[in-house]
Design a protein around this ligand. Structure first.
Ligand code: NAP
Length: 483
């Protein structure tokens, strides 16, 4: 059995905290042993990061960009291998895993280009012979804590933005996908990222994650994960620059004038793609009562024919859930849905003894206030909620605590713009599913989904500080607001 180590200061190092396994969720076979990092490992990683930061910060940003382009190139060369590895460790079907690696390639290419921008601004002064401008500066050492559902793309979003801005990082991946993290760090190293600029510590939330969050020498935390962990981080990070990308309870509105076939494709993809384990997954269909019965019948017919299995098999449409706890949680929510009085019309069952497979599940007659319609399940469970008009649809959409992604299917431009204006979410799609972010646009949500935006230019905001500069070339003391 392979034993994988932490990567600290450019060296692969064992922890004294012991080892843990990462399992293939389709077979439950171990993929290797990984370090259970301790607080001491985190301290070592932080020291190594600061040491490297002093040099990395001074590398001209276009030169940093060249290194990020090398990363993109190596990811391209290794795309198929990485995608297969990701399917093996995380479970998503191979086509989706290829998409995840492609997203990492895209974001490294995008952020490489930022190396020739990193724009500040200039503005006139209120006084003569005085120039006013802003520059971007790195934060310093930042902690990156990531989930398992996009085990290559999400770390890539964070690392590419952090590095181009001149930060050094301490990276703790999910304990469900440490092997993907190790492979990504190997690629960064081979691409020429200086030793110590990226440090990897694997291991559990406590002590490895908590040590990063509360570390006095870490100046920024970029976290993607659940709402509850995000809340904990808010309370324990102290005064740091914190970015939080948290959960969702995303909905698709299907109006009576929608293209039904198109809406069906979007709902199936949004609800059952990645086994419903995307922060942007569709877990609520908010459907106009005039088309509810027709749409429900079409939906159930399609959901029943989704082929569930090992994501490496070409015939598989939907892979397993990430682990046993996720399987039990998803099953538990179907019990909750039944008890709340919703009607189970498809699925609701675990599918095998080995592997964490769950059937695509659809509930109808769901009321907006039910737990299955409000809480993030993070599995292939879809609730159908009937509404009478657009206003009611928007009210239902906004009735949850989260606000990440949303969608409306309609042929009516007035409906579309009303929804864009009134839906409380970071992302609204029109005539497309809730999933499908592109890396040059901002990504993030409102309400309990968190704070900040990643990707695009907003990713740069998250990983840089603004320095305001005044240059007075008048040769005399000029007093703002007084002269
Ligand atoms: P999670 O349980 O919150 O874990 C995320 C990461 O945080 C893991 O690395 C975890 O370590 C670590 N962690 C947990 N508790 C911690 C603590 N107290 N201090 C420091 N680190 C801690 O979330 P998950 O189950 O991996 O991911 C699923 C969630 O992520 C869903 O809610 C989903 O919606 C959300 N998500 C959001 C986005 C977005 O962009 N908005 C994208 C993807 C996923 P261990 O693995 O060792 O426990």
């Amino acid at each position: 059995m392979a034993v994988y180590k932490n990567y600290i200061g450019g060296r692969w190092i064992s922890s004294k905290g012991g080892l843990f396994d990462s399992l293939n969720p389709a077979t439950e076979k171990s993929l290797g042993k990984f370090q259970k990092s301790t607080k001491q490992d985190v301290d070592n990683a932080v020291s190594a990061a600061w040491k490297s930061y002093e040099k990395w910060r001074d590398v001209p940003a276009p030169r940093k960009g060249e290194i990020l382009l090398n990363v993109a190139q190596l990811l391209k060369e290794n795309k198929e291998r990485l995608a297969r590895l990701e399917t093996t460790e995380m479970g998503k079907v191979l086509a989706e895993a290829r998409g995840d690696v492609q997203e990492a390639i895209d974001v490294f290419e995008y952020m490489a280009g930022e190396g020739r921008r990193l724009l500040g601004s200039t503005t006139p002064s209120e006084l003569p012979k005085k120039a006013c401008m802003t520059f971007r500066q790195p934060i310093g050492v930042v902690g990156l804590i990531t989930p398992w559902n996009f085990p290559i793309a999400i770390p890539a979003w964070k690392m590419s933005a952090a590095l181009i801005c001149g930060n050094a990082v301490v990276f703790k991946p999910s304990s469900d996908t440490p092997l993907c993290a190790i492979e990504l760090v190997n690629i960064l190293d081979a691409a020429g990222v200086p030793k110590g600029a990226v440090n990897l510590v694997t291991g559990s939330a406590d002590p490895a994650g908590t040590a990063i969050v509360s570390h006095k020498d870490i100046r920024g935390i970029s976290f993607t994960g659940s709402r509850d962990t995000g809340l904990w981080i808010t309370r324990n990070a102290g005064i740091k620059k914190v970015g939080l990308e948290l959960g969702g309870k995303n909905g698709i509105i299907v109006m009576d004038d929608a293209d039904m076939k198109l809406a069906l494709d979007g709902v199936i993809w949004g609800a059952f793609g990645t086994t419903g384990q995307r922060c942007t997954a569709c877990s609520r269909v908010i459907v106009h009562r005039k088309v509810k019965e027709k749409f429900t019948n079409m939906l159930v017919e399609r959901a029943k024919h989704i082929r569930v299995g090992d994501g490496l098999k070409p015939s598989t449409d939907m892979g397993p859930l990430i682990n046993r706890a996720a399987l039990e949680k998803t099953h538990h929510y179907t019990e909750i849905g039944r008890k709340e009085g919703a009607k189970l019309v498809c699925g609701g069952i675990k599918l095998s003894k080995k592997g964490f497979f769950f059937a695509p599940t659809v509930f109808t007659n769901v009321q907006a206030g039910m737990r299955i319609a409000r809480e993030e399940i993070f599995g292939p469970v879809l609730s159908i909620i009937e509404v009478s008009d657009l206003q009611e649809a928007i009210d239902v959409m906004n009735s949850v605590e989260y606000g990440l992604s949303s969608s409306i299917y309609t042929q009516n431009i007035n409906n579309a713009f009303e929804a864009i204006e009134k839906i409380e979410a970071g992302i609204t799609y029109v005539n497309s599913s809730t999933i499908g972010a592109e890396v040059h646009l901002p990504f993030g949500g409102v309400k309990q989904t968190g704070s900040g935006r990643e990707a695009g230019i907003m990713g740069i905001e998250e990983f840089s500080e603004i320095k305001t500069v005044y240059v007075d070339y008048s040769g005399k003391l000029q007093k703002a607001q007084m002269d």
